[in-house]
Design a protein around this ligand. Structure first.
Ligand code: UD1
Ligand code: CA
Length: 457
């Protein structure tokens, strides 16, 4: 019995009120469709067919052209039954087909495995769920012997049918040959004038084919995303799931409801994350890393014992052990800090390396800079790395001291142990161990008097 999966992703998603195809809306930083494809990739299917239509070029461009996906076009979106029909000519007659809706992102592979275990050459397996609030979903209609006799869409349902709490999740598994036969019989005489996949249930019942249901215990798994409101609900559910597994793996989250992971987070022992932190891309924390509130960290590696204080934004950076970052620091791509370095408040770094124990404690911009060990960068120091056309390097030696409010006009080098006096504009190299300053000398004027306001009577 071979398995082929058909993923339905052709709809516009009218209720999203968006130009973007619905399955391309992000959940935890990745399109809904990616979540679905990831889940089904573990089912060892012979082939995966993805039906796309509205915004097909956008969908296909995003997914790329992996060999394991067969793209199927549904030029006009005439309904879920019609969508499945577009894929069937390319499905082997003796295969079992699993139908998956691209807008139901939270289903677990294990749940789909349970459904497939019930599938067979002469039966139709349907994943259903009991929901406290079934509104919006198709309802499962059973006869007095509790056998499924059909699915009725909410907009076509009678008042009694609307009271049914058991819903159609959209996941079903059926033999390809039978699906082909049934779909040829389905009409579009319903409220939406569409060819509904759900109408094949009554076809199966008519042919005396077993319709078996598998009940999904966790109703959250089968949430369909049709609106931005539902997308937000799905996002929170997904984030909660991730937060729980991170905590189970030993991460402290001060408030799991105020933590967002849009990618992968790897961490060592005893790391701690305060509230409102957003992690994107791939982020690796060593051991004992502490992240303060309101930080955003993207594609970075943070070493053992590093403290990232509140409101810092870090992207494409690497920090060795025991660095201190922030509060309010901004580390941009290509920032590499050696052990014990400190980048303090309102300091921005880009394409910059710091040697061991070097510091820029406040209000500085370091771009295209190479800073040695134990250097001290004063408040207000700017590397002028851009001349309007090209970027240039600033090299600062070990134990150098750059006085506050200095501009280092690149390309320029400050030697080991050199000092730059506060308020200097340095455009020529400073030799090791020397003091350079460009500021005008201070004068004291003894006979000067401050102007006084004339008194009027
Ligand atoms: C569908 C089911 C409903 C079920 C619910 C579960 C039908 C008729 N209804 O309703 O019983 O409770 O899902 O979430 O199947 N699509 C296409 N081509 C089309 C139409 C839709 O590819 O012509 C795709 C959509 O992109 C979407 C999926 O099929 O990913 C489901 O379509 P949607 O319109 O969201 O169906 P629902 O009204 O949610
Ligand atoms: Ca839907």
């Amino acid at each position: 019995m071979t398995l082929e999966v058909i993923v339905l992703a052709a709809g516009k998603g009218t209720r999203m009120r968006s130009a973007l195809p619905k399955v391309m809306h992000d959940l935890a930083g990745r399109p809904l469709l990616d979540h679905v494809l990831e889940t089904i990739s573990s089912l060892s299917a012979q082939r995966i067919h993805v039906v796309c239509g509205y915004g097909a070029e956008i969908v296909r461009k995003h997914v790329g052209e992996p060999g394991w996906i067969n793209w199927v076009a549904q030029v006009e979106q005439l309904g879920t039954g019609h969508a499945v029909q577009q894929a069937l000519p390319q499905v082997a007659d003796d295969a079992i087909v699993l139908v998956v809706y691209g807008d139901v992102p939270l289903v677990r592979a294990q749940t789909l495995g349970g459904l497939l275990a019930q599938a067979g050459t002469n039966r139709l397996a349907l994943l259903t769920a009991q929901l406290p609030n079934p509104s919006g979903y198709g309802r499962i209609v059973r006869n007095e012997d509790s056998q499924v006799i059909g699915i009725v869409e909410e907009r076509d349902a009678s008042a009694d049918e609307l009271d049914i709490g058991e819903i159609n999740t959209g996941f079903m598994a059926a033999p390809a040959a039978a699906l082909r036969r049934w779909l040829a019989m389905v009409g579009s005489g319903n409220d939406q004038g569409e060819y509904y996949l759900t109408d094949i249930i009554s076809c199966a019942v008519h042919e005396d084919i077993d319709v078996v249901t598998v009940s999904c215990v966790d109703g959250d798994e089968v949430l369909g995303v049709n609106s931005r409101g539902e997308l937000a609900v799905a996002e929170r559910l997904y984030q909660t799931r991730q937060a729980e597994s991170l905590m189970a793996a030993g991460l402290t989250l001060h408030d799991p409801a105020r933590f967002d992971l849009r990618g992968q987070l790897h961490f060592g022992e005893d790391c701690e994350i305060d509230v409102n932190v957003v992690i994107k891309g791939t982020v690796t924390l060593g051991t004992r890393v502490r992240i303060g509130p309101n930080c955003q960290i993207t594609d970075s590696k943070i070493g053992n014992g590093v403290e990232v204080r509140a409101n810092s934004v870090i992207e494409g950076a690497e920090m060795a052990e025991n660095c201190t970052i922030g509060p309010f620091a901004r580390l941009r791509a290509g920032t590499k800090l050696a052990a014990g370095a400190r980048v303090g408040n309102f300091v921005e770094t880009k394409n910059t390396t710091f040697g061991r124990d070097s510091k820029a404690s406040h209000l500085a911009y370091l771009g295209d800079a190479q800073v040695g060990q134990r250097a001290n960068i004063g408040a207000g120091v700017i590397t002028c790395n851009y001349d309007g056309a090209d970027k240039h390097q600033t090299v600062i030696g070990d134990d150098a001291f750059i006085g506050s409010n200095s501009a280092l006009v690149a390309p320029v080098q400050v030697g080991d142990g050199a000092t730059v006096g506060a308020g200097s504009a340095i455009s020529r190299d400073v030799p090791s161990g020397e003091l350079a300053l460009t500021r005008a000398e201070q004068k004291t004027q003894h006979d000067w008097r401050r102007p006084q306001k004339k008194k009027t009577e």
